[in-house]
Design a binder for this molecule. Sequence first.
Ligand SMILES: NC(=O)c1ccc[n+]([C@@H]2O[C@H](COP(=O)([O-])OP(=O)(O)OC[C@H]3O[C@@H](n4cnc5c(N)ncnc54)[C@H](OP(=O)(O)O)[C@@H]3O)[C@@H](O)[C@H]2O)c1
Length: 205
Amino acid sequence: MSERRVLVIGGTGTIGSAVVRELSTDHHVEVAGRSSDPAVDLSDSTSIDRLADRLADGPIHEAVVVCAGGGMPGMVEDLDPSAALEALRPKLFGQIAVARAAPRFVRPGGAVVLTSGILERRPMPGMSHLSMINAALRAFALSAGTEQRTVRTCVVSPGLVRESPQAVLDFFSGMDTVAAADLAKVYRRLIESGRDGETIGLPEA
Ligand SMILES: NC(=O)c1ccc[n+]([C@@H]2O[C@H](COP(=O)([O-])OP(=O)(O)OC[C@H]3O[C@@H](n4cnc5c(N)ncnc54)[C@H](OP(=O)(O)O)[C@@H]3O)[C@@H](O)[C@H]2O)c1
């Protein structure tokens, strides 16, 4: 087994399991989520800190990937401001908290690869909250990339993943689709390429 360690938060999900498959050929992959041991909940920054502290005591990691999160669908008129604020927590602030904690367990020059989504560039009615989160993640990575941190920060912005559950495919019906295995190669490219601050979309435009 390779000593190149990668942590995949959300590694049991539709995208995350494809990323785990892709990286497992030549990395030692660890998976974390709300039901792993130790558990991590992106909504709870103390659980992220706890996990980072625990990993800091072990072997250094090549990268941390996050394939988890969500948002709040709803037409603009129906978005309750306090619920909308709370719903920013896992996908936006949770991923930012992971990026912030990463230097404790990721090697200098290693990567933090976050996940946004195509709604940041292809809007749909009733998806403004998700579009906003996804666009904020692009801006966050771009900005973090200017700070010359010890770790690089990049984002993958997926289209609708073909292997998603039927309910998800129906919900986002009409959106361009992408195969999970092709998407997983984008995560690999960002880990291995040395890029910083970039968001790569698949499909690109
Ligand atoms: N599927 C798509 O077509 C698609 C397209 C564009 C963007 N995305 C984005 O890609 C990300 C992953 O999507 P997916 O479809 O692969 O999701 P998914 O199949 O629902 O899987 C989510 C994964 O994240 C973990 N998770 C969920 N909430 C978490 C939390 N609060 N803290 C830590 N881990 C958590 C889950 O495990 P536990 O339940 O054990 O925690 C699971 O491993 C999401 O941000 C989604 O918005 C998805």
